[in-house]
Design a protein around this ligand. Structure first.
Ligand SMILES: Nc1ncnc2c1ncn2[C@@H]1O[C@H](COP(=O)(O)OP(=O)(O)O)[C@@H](O)[C@H]1O
Ligand SMILES: N[C@@H](CC(=O)OP(=O)(O)O)C(=O)O
Length: 419
């Protein structure tokens, strides 16, 4: 069997849904297929805004109506029959969402209720896809991924219980897949007491990998608006090169450094079972794309990765003693508690610098926790550039004309935090 994952761009319009049906028909092979789908277009961002308004006690009506209209317009275009069951189903889901928003208790844990709300994006899209494929003669079962991917209650980044998840998916889906297509949601998991969790923004690739791993898939495909895995994001660079084939290791590093085309957690489960991952273009499904597998390459074009919205924080000891392992331990513990991930770090005699994604509220709490022990300074609005397999030409390509705040290089990787 195979797993196909369709992201937000693959379901952003009625036309895009029709294209999925075309891809399933033409590339689905013997159709032992599990389809994992993300929320439509930018719905997750819209739901984040709606949730913020509701959580802070403000009216969410206008944003809610916009989100509803967007889904209804596409559904109306796909299903001319006003009595088609999809319309009622969608209405019901939006009514449930409204109820969830209206019943956020005061003092509720932000992240927990975020998950209960933002998860609706994938419920909407997968419901529409299920009904649409059905109408196209592609018989399929809709399943609720929250009942298959079990996580702990680390809200917004649920940690997967792999044994339970693999066992349950294998037990319930293996024979079902022999009968028909299965449609499910990316990004979502569930706790053992019935709460929804999410797996981290852009986590649908990871969901697909969890299903592929659990079902010992022969391959997983992620359908994107690019021709494959490129050596740079074409939104930032011209003259990009497609990698026809690339190793799990190179890919996991690119994803780790921020190549947003693949969620960083996607590769490990696939590599563990040597399941090849194909990055393919939904605009040109017949084209080769990129195969990510257990292969080795001697020379590979430099890969450029940009991470936006970075924050550079420096911690200095206050009494001119050196930064010790104990100091570092204190800083690392606080970072882990605030769920701030280090994208780059550098140590000097009396100060320690880190580059992280900028989360104002988490940074504020970090400063409050550590300000008695350290002098803390930070800069925001920065970009982290990473070049894998760099040479002098590639370095000048990204750094010329920029002010570099922190720079580091290993034998294979160059990184610079720039303004
Ligand atoms: N190295 C890269 N190769 C290809 N695309 C990349 C790369 N780095 C970043 N991207 C960006 O990733 C986008 C596709 O990923 P994404 O937006 O997450 O898709 P989806 O949400 O539809 O799954 C592309 O449009 C491209 O701008
Ligand atoms: N919809 C979620 C999960 C996801 O993976 O989306 P996409 O496949 O469109 O990146 C998000 O936007 O974070």
């Amino acid at each position: 069997m195979k797993v196909f994952k369709f992201g937000g761009a693959s379901v952003k319009s009625a036309e895009a849904f029709r294209n999925i049906a075309h891809i399933v028909k033409t590339c689905g092979g013997d159709r032992e297929l599990l389809l994992v789908v993300s929320a439509m277009g930018k719905t997750t961002n819209a739901l984040e805004q709606i949730f913020d308004l509701a959580y802070s006690g403000q009216s969410f009506e206008t944003a809610f109506q916009q989100c509803l209209s967007y889904h209804q317009e596409i559904t109306n275009e796909l299903f001319r029959d006003k009595t088609a069951p999809v319309h009622e189903r969608l209405e019901h889901l939006f009514a449930q969402l409204r109820q969830t928003l209206e019943r956020i208790p005061s003092g509720a844990t932000y992240d927990k209720y975020y998950d209960q709300v933002v998860s609706y994006g994938e419920l909407f899209s997968s419901t529409i896809l299920h009904h649409f494929l059905q109408e196209q003669g592609l018989s399929n079962t809709w399943i609720d991924s929250r009942k298959y991917i079990q996580t702990d209650n680390t809200w917004r980044e649920g940690k997967v219980d792999w044994n339970w998840t693999e066992r349950t998916i294998k037990r319930d889906l293996t024979s079902l897949l022999q009968e028909q297509l299965v449609v499910t949601q990316g990004f979502l998991g569930g706790t053992n007491n019935g709460f929804t969790t999410t797996l981290g923004r852009e986590g649908s690739d990871f969901s697909a990998a969890i299903f592929a791993y659990s079902l010992d898939a022969e391959a997983m495909y992620i359908w994107k608006d690019v021709e494959g895995l490129l050596n740079a994001d074409p939104k930032y660079f011209e003259d990009t090169v497609r990698y026809p084939e690339i190793s799990y290791q190179e890919t996991v590093e690119m994803a780790y450094y921020g190549a947003s085309v693949i969620h960083p957690k996607t590769i490990k489960p696939l590599a563990n079972k040597l399941i090849p991952l194909y990055v393919k273009s939904f605009l040109n499904p017949a084209a080769a794309g990129t195969k990510i597998c257990d292969c080795r390459f001697e020379v590979i074009a430099p890969a450029y990765i940009i991470k936006e919205n970075q924050c550079l924080i420096s911690f200095s000891v206050k009494d001119f003693t050196f930064i010790s392992e104990k100091n570092l331990g204190t800083i690392f513990n606080a970072l882990s508690e605030m769920r701030l991930k280090i994208n780059m770090m550098q140590n000097s005699a009396i100060s320690f610098s880190i580059c992280t994604d900028y989360f104002p509220e988490r940074l504020e709490r970090l400063i409050q926790t550590l300000q008695d022990q350290f002098e803390i300074h930070y800069n925001t609005n920065l970009r982290l550039y990473t070049i894998k397999n760099y040479d002098s030409q590639s370095i000048s390509k990204v750094t010329t004309g920029k002010s570099i705040l922190l720079e580091q290089r290993t034998r294979t990787t160059f990184q610079a935090v720039c303004r």
